[in-house]
Design a protein around this ligand. Structure first.
Ligand code: NDP
Ligand code: 2IT
Length: 461
């Protein structure tokens, strides 16, 4: 990469801020009301100041202007018939954000809160997360404002088929490869895969990841995001000469990411004392009975409040945000965006938290992040911490291309290597750009460089 000569620092800082402000103002004007998207872009831009100071080429080549505009946005009607015969209409999305380093890759979310802003914030962050994995995947995201809660299996199947009937026109194993996210697990992926196969008249195994093991799913994908997050925490603690053993964890959510984060943390000797769902949280000071949580959530799709029926000594509180009042060493927010407010962050800090590692996407508000950074808490952002899920998705694609499947140990070993590399890459980038130990800046810069340099190499502009 050709670098222009460094300018005196003060002058450059002004220019850089002016430039970032200008691009950000365009984002605000072009995307009115998309608050989550604005939040993701603002947080990312803040981290880029040191790299733009050193390498103005990214400004000269208009890289940021291009990065904030998705390559393609698809929005579509999803009509489906419920069990009573009533016709329902939902809105589906796929945002194909950036394909510089590979085909679009990212999950699908089915939740009533899904809208264009949510899909765009997720897609934007996915671009840099995927870059951090070191694997050849671009970034995208999709979903629908469909609520799977309380729906029958047949209703979910009909919805998934209708959703895929439109989505199929836009995806493919070398074009765009969706996977799961909130409300989309192996069951939904199976229904969507079946519909894609019927429409294509061929079994393009690599078109989706997170598939069932019988038809091309990777062993270890289900566990990957949660395990990966804990492997990342292990590296963070190692850096400080500490270990997970005997530490106390609070893990929000009780879905895919949360359950497997708890599983790995417990395996490595932690005591997980609390988890939650969107209704409330449980606190079990003896340590969460994970077998029971799996039964409640994975087998019966029930509420986490059921837990206290089997463990009356534990406590259930009917307010999921209260989970942040529990003193602990390590916090893994693994539910949803903006689940940690500024007040919650202050309370965590006051209670002596040592590590915050984001399993969910953008779980901390901008104000909460400031609280962690200003108090020098070990804080790691989602795009680094939860990258294990998409990394193993990429390994699933590799296995599909080879028409082979690796055993669990082989996948898990690669996951551990990938998470360790991501951690070191973040640390190195943070240090190189003058923000030692700031994993937020390190992750954003490391994720950015690869995408930006590739865009320049490919002559996108
Ligand atoms: P799941 O649907 O499996 O679980 C989501 C969990 O979060 C459930 O316990 C759910 O509770 C809770 N939750 C959802 N919305 C809210 C809300 N508004 N307030 C409080 N709790 C809520 O999803 P995942 O575990 O897959 O995803 C969790 C997070 O991790 C998301 O941010 C996702 O984007 C991110 N992620 C997921 C990856 C994956 O591989 N699945 C990869 C990387 C990131 P309830 O049951 O009541 O709805
Ligand atoms: O946010 C994410 O990284 C995911 N939901 C997983 C994406 C994927 O393609 O596995």
């Amino acid at each position: 990469m050709k670098l222009t000569k460094e300018q005196p620092k003060q002058k450059e800082t002004t220019v850089v801020h002016e430039y970032l402000d200008e691009v950000f103002n365009t984002v605000l004007q072009r995307n009115p009301g998309e608050e989550e998207f604005h939040q993701a872009v603002a947080s990312f831009f803040k981290s880029l100041v040191p790299i733009l100071e050193k390498h103005p080429i990214y400004m000269e080549k208009g890289i940021l202007e291009q990065l904030v505009e998705p390559e393609r946005v698809i929005s579509f009607r999803v009509p489906w018939v419920d069990d009573s015969g009533k016709i329902n209409v939902n809105r589906g999305f796929r945002v194909q954000f950036n394909s510089a380093i590979g085909p679009y890759k990212g999950g699908l979310r089915f939740h009533p809160t899904v809208n264009l802003s949510v899909v765009k914030f997720l897609g934007f962050n996915q671009v840099f997360k995927n870059s951090l994995t070191g694997l050849p995947i671009g970034g995208g995201k999709g979903g629908a404002d469909f609520d799977p809660k309380g729906k029958s299996d047949n209703e979910i199947m009909r919805f998934c088929q209708s959703f895929m009937t439109e989505l199929a026109k836009h995806i493919g194993p070398d074009i765009d490869i969706p996977a799961g996210d909130i409300g989309v697990g192996a069951k939904e992926i199976g229904y969507m895969f079946g519909q894609y196969k019927r429409m294509a008249g061929a079994s393009h195994t690599g078109v989706l990841t997170g598939k069932g093991i019988n038809y091309g799913g990777s062993l270890g994908r289900k566990e990957a995001t949660g395990y990966g997050a804990v492997y990342f925490v292990r590296e963070m603690l190692k850096h400080k000469g500490a270990t997970i053993n005997n530490s106390t964890f609070v893990v929000s959510g009780s879905g895919n990411v949360s359950i497997y984060a708890m599983e790995k943390a417990i395996e490595l000797g932690a005591k997980v004392v609390a988890c939650s769902d969107s209704n409330g949280y449980i606190y079990d000071e003896n340590g969460i009975d994970l077998y029971l949580v799996k039964q409640i959530k994975e087998v019966h799709s029930d509420r986490i409040s059921e837990y206290v029926k089997y463990h009356p000594e534990a406590k259930y509180v009917d307010d999921s945000t209260g989970i942040w009042s529990i003193p602990c060493d390590v916090v893994l927010p693994c539910a949803t965006q903006n689940e940690i407010s500024e007040e919650a962050a202050k309370q965590l800090v006051a209670n002596g938290v040592k590590v915050i590692a984001e399993g969910a996407n953008m779980p901390s508000t901008a104000e909460a992040v400031n609280v962690f950074v200003n108090n020098e808490i070990m804080y790691a952002p989602a795009k680094a911490v939860n990258a294990g899920g998409v990394a193993v998705s990429s390994l699933e694609m590799a296995q599909n291309s080879m028409r082979l499947s690796w055993n669990f140990g082989a996948v898990d070993e690669q996951l551990q290597e990938i998470m360790t590399k991501i951690y070191h890459n973040c640390v190195t980038s943070a240090k190189e750009y003058g923000h030692k130990d700031n994993l937020l800046i390190g992750a954003n810069i490391a994720g950015f460089i690869k995408v930006a340099d590739t865009m320049i190499e490919q002559g996108v502009i």
